[in-house]
Design a binder for this molecule. Structure first.
Ligand SMILES: Cc1cc2nc3c(=O)[nH]c(=O)nc-3n(C[C@H](O)[C@H](O)[C@H](O)COP(=O)(O)OP(=O)(O)OC[C@H]3O[C@@H](n4cnc5c(N)ncnc54)[C@H](O)[C@@H]3O)c2cc1C
Length: 386
């Protein structure tokens, strides 16, 4: 049973007001510009949203996962592009600095990043290593008191504007997952970090993505985040959070598409009545609403489990699989209700439809999620029903 606390409800309302006043009016324009939305990014930092999951000592607010998901959901309702940028800054881009960085690194990078003064990102994926992390080829070789990094990362969120990157690299030439380490690369002070190809894409266009080329980048040894091995386990340590957060993004986007379709169906007339009164359209909306609700329950159930300190590898995968596939279907149905106007730039239905595709690979593809769920197929486990 999902019951938000009064504080959580009040927080949702605060975020929703901000989204309606400052994000929704700009969502189409930032999508069209397809550039890092710096002003909104800075605003999110000033409002403290990047620090939700971090302790107050670093400028955060130590919020629980349910609260963080409320933020993700509401922001995605306004703009999935902006929500993707915020997710990177508030989770993957900063988590490893907080967990494995020295106090000095936290003060130099985490604190300004949470204020929105530095752009932080995470670079794992490579041209030949997406789901198959064992295939990474970026190398980190020790040379005295530094490591020298060489390789190419791709699909890096905020690549053109990132000030600081957590880079996954191999500390040995062996294939496999063991010798993967995480390094904090400061683009302003370390030479050899260049921008490769920019990826033009149809979804989350204001969250720019591109290649980062590392050419003999000298990284001081204190920028090694948590040892020369165990990078995969460190990443695994936040995968459930990433997946549950992505489920919340999916719910937020689907809600936006649903509301737009419902409003349109109420005012569009065909054959003498509003199309919402044609049962085929009513049924579509009923199915959309039901599937959004089902995903919402799975998402916040999983978030509450995380808050209770449980390991929810399977449930997080189930939530993300269900919610991301739901968002793709709901945004498709919404565009169908708009018919030709679902293709028109003047309506947001086409943006929702395009943006939903981002939710499929982010946090693991549906196939990878099914592999994870498939590792533990027994129904009778407390976490499913508890
Ligand atoms: C908008 C966007 C932003 C991103 N931002 C970042 C970022 O900031 N940093 C970062 O590091 N990465 C980022 N990514 C990359 C993303 O994490 C990867 O794209 C994702 O891990 C999938 O990798 P891939 O695209 O190489 O697909 P592949 O791994 O090549 O998969 C291709 C297909 O094969 C299937 N497949 C693969 N392995 C199996 C298997 N064992 N069994 C069954 N099916 C399989 C997949 O499900 C998929 O359908 C981003 C991606 C997008 C779209």
């Amino acid at each position: 049973m999902i019951r938000f606390t009064r504080d959580q409800e009040a927080f949702r309302k605060t975020v929703a007001r901000f989204v309606d006043a400052e994000v929704v009016p700009q969502a189409d324009a930032i999508d069209e510009a397809a550039e890092f939305p710096r002003k909104l990014f800075e605003r999110l930092g000033q409002l403290g949203y990047f620090g939700l999951r971090y302790p107050e000592a670093y400028g955060g607010s130590a919020a629980d996962m349910v609260t963080y998901c409320l933020f993700a959901e509401e922001l995605a309702r306004g703009s999935l592009s902006l929500a993707a940028v915020a997710a990177m800054q508030s989770l993957m881009g900063t988590d490893f600095i907080f967990k494995f960085g020295s106090e000095d690194l936290r003060q130099r990078y985490l604190v300004p990043a949470l204020r929105g003064e530095l752009v932080a990102t995470f670079a794992l994926t490579e041209p030949n290593a997406g789901s198959d992390v064992a295939n990474l080829t970026t190398r980190a070789e020790r040379a005295g008191d530094r490591y020298v990094l060489r390789g190419t990362k791709t699909w890096v969120t905020n690549a053109p504007v990132a000030d600081v990157l957590t880079v996954a690299a191999k500390t040995s030439a062996e294939r496999g997952m063991k010798n993967i380490a995480l390094f904090l690369v400061d683009r302003q002070t370390m030479r050899g970090v260049t921008l490769g190809k920019k990826i033009e894409k149809m979804a989350v266009r204001a969250s720019e993505t591109g290649e980062i080329v590392l050419e003999d980048v000298e990284v001081p040894a204190e920028h090694l985040l948590g040892g020369e091995t165990g990078g995969v386990e460190k990443i695994g340590g936040i995968l459930s959070e990433i997946r549950v957060m992505t489920s919340a993004l999916s719910v937020g986007l689907a809600r936006a598409a649903y509301q737009a379709a419902l409003d349109y169906a109420r005012q569009r007339v065909a054959f003498g009545k509003a199309i919402v009164e044609h049962q085929a359209i009513t049924f579509k909306l009923a199915d959309m609403l039901t599937s959004i609700h089902a995903s919402l329950v799975l998402t916040y159930q999983a978030a509450a489990e995380l808050d209770a300190g449980r390991t929810i590898t399977r449930e997080a995968a189930m939530a993300k699989l269900t919610a991301s596939e739901m968002a793709v279907r709901v945004t498709d149905e919404a565009a169908r209700i708009f018919a030709s106007y679902g293709l028109a730039a003047e309506y947001p239905a086409q943006r929702y439809f395009r943006d939903a595709r981002f939710l499929l690979p982010g946090g693991g593809t549906s196939e990878i999620l099914r592999l994870i769920i498939g590792r533990d197929l027994d129904y009778d486990r407390g976490a499913v029903l508890g």
